[in-house]
Design a protein around this ligand. Structure first.
Ligand code: SAH
Length: 481
């Protein structure tokens, strides 16, 4: 081992930072968080450091470096621009047995500052001994995303109750069970939901009655986004990491399921391109069965669970049965397809609103308010409409939307096989048939859709309106691609 790891208690201990620039300010900020008594030595200070001096949070040694600055300090950080000066500070510091860090210079340093994940009181520190700072930074990002921000509050709460927990669960095995419950159960969930009082009540209840510890299952309704795993939220990723069971829509990609805990049970439910179909009551029954057996269930849905996802019904059902739940939003197809085809959904000049509309069954085609939908100065994002494009276009034009209104039809949005077809409303059905566009596809209709021809950046573009947009890929080229 090249380095001995340690966590230093610097509260109220004098520390010297030499240098008055941005790097010195960053190091000082970190030392202040740890409660150190910082003196910054430098002829000139950046405004941030000057402000801290003015507030009395740090002391300032003005002028050039003096060896006397090293007197009485526990640690030294050299953050000047001159390597020669940094080397001198290190040499003189080491002669006095001070631990010295020269920023970004492991060879001159006797201690290094690790990459840090802060969920105080929990600290995760990573060091590559100065050999691979990029790797250390990447690891930090990975771990940062795995540890939810509520973890710090959970540990603080546990710290406050530590003596009572020890007294109530004196036996080591029982105490382990308690702490597992603390992390996996309702206390942590309440803190994630920003309900500290609830969290405390759950904890207190478990201190009077250990039956509380019997695992209470819960359900997290998670939006998986449109397909690109990069569009999952950090919360979604953490839920997948912690799941015992995942009930997922049949269309959720393997790339996303691969991110889940390896030993989580996976159950495909819902529609699979016209084939298998799990009726909603069976999904409800599965949710209930798994949650009641004390498991952490993730109900993973495409896009957002509350946009044409029947998430509301599932929530009503869970509430009626007393099952705890959380909801993690996902990026809905309209937002994702718009972004991945370069279409802004609103525009100062020609779209002051955007409407999410479903056209998935005969009933919605007859119950939709076509006159309203045909209005100008709005963008329509139409879900589940591929099989009805003819009727859709017909109704919109019959109610006054111009045949020249631009559209962008995005198939398999955000997936490697994404295709974007552009054109005008009058030719929508014919063009879609010509290119054999199939589900899942999302239709964006309105002036904004014309932006796809020029701003498109992902996947394949099938542009059919190049005349109006000279920068677009020529029709025959796009078709040949
Ligand atoms: N809850 C989902 C929508 C479910 S309805 C969401 O918020 O996105 C299913 C419809 O969503 C599909 O018929 C299609 O219109 C649209 N859709 C879902 N994923 C899509 C994708 N990757 N590309 C294009 N459209 C998609």
């Amino acid at each position: 081992m090249q380095l001995y790891p340690l966590f230093a208690d610097l509260s109220d201990r004098p520390v010297l930072v030499v240098g008055g620039g941005d790097v010195a300010a960053r190091k000082t900020a970190m030392l202040l968080r740890a409660g150190a008594k910082v003196t910054v030595g430098a002829p000139l200070l950046v405004p941030e450091l000057r402000e801290w001096v003015r507030q009395g949070r740090i002391a300032h040694q003005a002028g050039g470096y003096q060896p006397g600055w090293l007197d009485g300090v526990w640690l030294v950080i050299a953050a000047t621009r001159s390597r020669a000066l940094n080397a001198r500070i290190a040499a003189e510091g080491h002669a006095r047995q001070r631990l010295v860090n020269v920023v970004d210079d492991p060879a001159l340093s006797s201690f290094q500052v690790p990459a840090l994940i802060d969920r105080s009181p929990l600290l995760v520190a990573i060091s590559s001994g100065g050999t691979a700072p990029v790797l250390a930074r990447r690891l930090r990002e990975r771990i940062e995303s795995l540890l939810d921000p509520a973890l710090g509050s959970l540990l603080q709460l546990a710290q406050r109750y530590r003596t009572r927990i020890r007294a109530r669960y004196a036996d080591l095995a029982a105490r382990r069970r308690f702490y597992d419950w603390l992390h996996d159960g309702p206390v942590h969930a309440a803190l994630r939901a920003s309900r500290p009082i609830h969290a405390q009540r759950h904890l207190q209840a478990a201190l009077t009655d250990d039956r509380q510890l019997h695992a209470q299952g819960s359900v997290v309704l998670v939006g998986a986004g449109p397909g690109d795993p990069g569009l999952l939220t950090l919360r979604a990723l953490r839920a997948l990491n912690e799941a015992d069971v995942i009930l997922h829509d049949a269309l959720i990609s393997d790339a996303i399921l691969d991110l889940a805990r390896r030993d989580a049970e996976r159950i495909a439910v819902g529609k699979r391109g016209g084939g298998l179909h799990t009726p909603q009551p069976s999904i409800h029954a599965l949710l209930l069965e798994h949650a009641r057996s004390g498991r952490r269930v993730v109900r993973l849905k495409g896009g957002d669970p509350f946009v044409f996802g029947r998430g509301g019904e599932e929530l009503d059902f869970l509430r009626a049965h007393g099952i705890a739940y959380e909801v993690v939003p996902g990026i809905t197809a309209a937002l994702a397809c718009a972004a991945y085809s370069g279409v802004p959904l609103t525009h100062r000049d020609h779209a002051q609103s955007v409407r999410l509309v479903t056209a998935h069954c005969q009933r919605s085609l007859t119950t939709l308010d076509w006159a309203d939908l045909a209005r100008e100065r709005q963008t329509l994002a139409i879900y589940m409409g591929v099989s009805q494009l003819d009727e859709l276009a017909h109704q919109l034009m019959a109610h006054g939307r111009a045949a020249e209104t631009p559209f962008a039809l995005i198939e398999n949005g955000t997936l490697p096989q994404q295709r974007t077809l552009t054109g005008t409303l009058g030719r929508l059905a014919a063009l879609s048939a010509q290119h054999a566009i199939s589900a899942p596809a999302l239709l964006i209709l309105g002036e904004v859709a014309a932006h796809a021809d020029a701003s498109h950046w992902y996947g394949q573009l099938l542009a059919t309106s190049t005349l109006q947009h000279p920068t677009a890929v020529p029709h025959d080229l796009a078709d040949a691609a």
